[in-house]
Design a binder for this molecule. Structure first.
Ligand code: PLP
Length: 415
């Protein structure tokens, strides 16, 4: 139910925007007119400076500088430099984060590395309902390393950690439900049993403060195309706590991870710090876009981001409760703000068609099979008014039956 003190009218939501310390940050993004973008948890919006920066990189650095730009335009050290910027958003030291490959590949690297650090233990502990790549990669690593992958229900994770557990591998905020683990507590309990922890931060980085070092986390991975706004297919990042530097051995020993790639020697020698986490040639255009995109976070207080995120998601849930009660929606996301990330997931048996109808109205969220409508709230560019207008559009689609149009039933490849 809506609390008495909660804003309810459109004018009251507009007033919240006026008081919002982050309201000016929306200008940092080139969002199209008439769109309410609630899918930044899938693909972040385009930060304004990116197009010009990419044009410059293509025309001047690539077009004119050619191969010289690897030295002259700062391309070669970009994985470390951009990693350092991401580190500041996730509570890590600059030398503990490097940008490389995809989340899936980085997960493979750190899971193998973790098993190698715990030679007497052969179990990777994960959760049911995790994002498929986390499950598939953990299974693949287990097979390769003669280990086992055990997935338990999220509520059973703590009880399942034991002296056989080499590594606990979890996603901080679940992609479907938006449920969030207590990172510090799980990490503490795992390490008390001698296990290492790997956190997937795909739905965390850029959405909230994340104190990796405060929580003594061992490893983390994450993508940069969601809340970090790095663009479609942007390169991912990997975090390794400093205490493990020098001991970690990752399995994909490519030439860019070598201590001296341009010596072209026969024998592999791992690079210093996290340099050995690199594999092959870094995707420079993706790195350039990501570095520019991260400027949207300049001067941003992540505590304010989290505060607004809790408010946006909480008000969305309250409005849904109050105005959509008759239409058969369920709530998959925890009501307790401390237990959720920056998204709200509704369930509905006709979820796919309803989401298509919403998108046709300019309210963009997404759908996750079998029945989840996902709404991501990115506090840098989503307003309180967006929340009110999105729920109003949803109510209209339901009460008019607009979602029943046949064109909304045809499944597209990406949902
Ligand atoms: C939790 C989680 N892990 C991993 C991924 C994707 O990994 P990759 O960047 O390798 O495609 C996603 C994508 O949505 C995700 O939600």
């Amino acid at each position: 139910m809506m609390q008495d003190s909660s804003p309810g009218t459109r004018a009251e939501f507009a007033r919240l925007d006026e008081q919002d310390p982050l309201r000016g940050h929306r200008e940092r993004f080139a969002l199209p007119e008439g769109v309410i973008y609630l899918d930044g948890n899938s693909l972040g919006a385009l930060p304004r400076g990116v197009s010009a920066r990419l044009t410059q990189a293509i025309e001047r650095e690539w077009g004119v500088g050619l191969i010289r730009s690897w030295n002259d335009a700062g391309w070669y050290p970009a994985p470390q430099r951009v990693g350092g910027r991401i580190a500041s958003l996730i509570g890590a030291r600059p030398d503990e984060v490097i940008v490389a490959d995809s989340t899936s590949i980085n997960l493979f690297k750190v899971l193998v590395a973790a098993l190698r650090l715990r030679p007497g233990r052969r179990r990777i502990l994960g959760e049911r309902g995790n994002f498929p790549t986390d499950v598939y990669v953990a299974s693949g690593v287990a097979e390769l390393m003669d280990a086992e992958f055990v997935a338990v229900e999220p509520d059973d994770v703590l009880a399942a950690i034991d002296e056989q557990t080499a590594v606990v591998s979890l996603t901080h905020v679940n992609y479907k439900t938006g449920r969030r683990y207590d990172m510090a507590e799980v990490t503490r309990r795992a390490q008390a049993k001698g296990a290492l922890v790997v956190w997937d931060l795909c739905h965390t980085a850029g959405a909230m403060p994340c104190g990796l070092n405060d929580a003594h986390v061992d490893f983390a991975v994450g993508c940069s195309y969601k809340y970090l706004n790095g663009g479609p297919g942007a390169p991912a990042f990997v975090f390794v706590a400093q205490k493990h530097h020098g001991q970690v051995r990752q399995p994909i020993t490519g030439w860019h991870g070598h201590a001296r790639p341009f010596d072209f020697v026969h024998d592999y020698e791992p690079g210093q710090g996290l340099d050995h986490m690199l594999v092959g040639t870094a995707p420079q255009l993706g790195l350039i876009v990501l570095e520019e995109a991260l400027k949207a976070f300049d001067g941003v207080d992540m505590n304010q981001v989290r505060h607004k995120s809790e408010r946006l998601t909480g008000l969305f849930i309250e409005l849904v409760d109050r105005t959509l009660g008759d239409f058969g929606f369920g709530l998959a996301t925890p009501r307790d703000a401390a237990q959720r990330g920056s998204q709200v997931s509704l369930t509905h048996p006709e979820g796919y068609a309803i989401m298509q109808a919403l998108i046709a109205r300019g309210v963009i969220g997404d759908f996750r099979a079998p029945d989840i409508l996902r709404f991501g709230f990115t506090p840098l560019y989503v307003s309180y008014l967006d929340v009110w207008d999105a729920v109003a559009a949803l109510r209209d689609i339901m009460s008019s039956g607009a979602w029943q149009a046949p064109e909304y039933r045809q499944r597209k490849a990406v949902t």
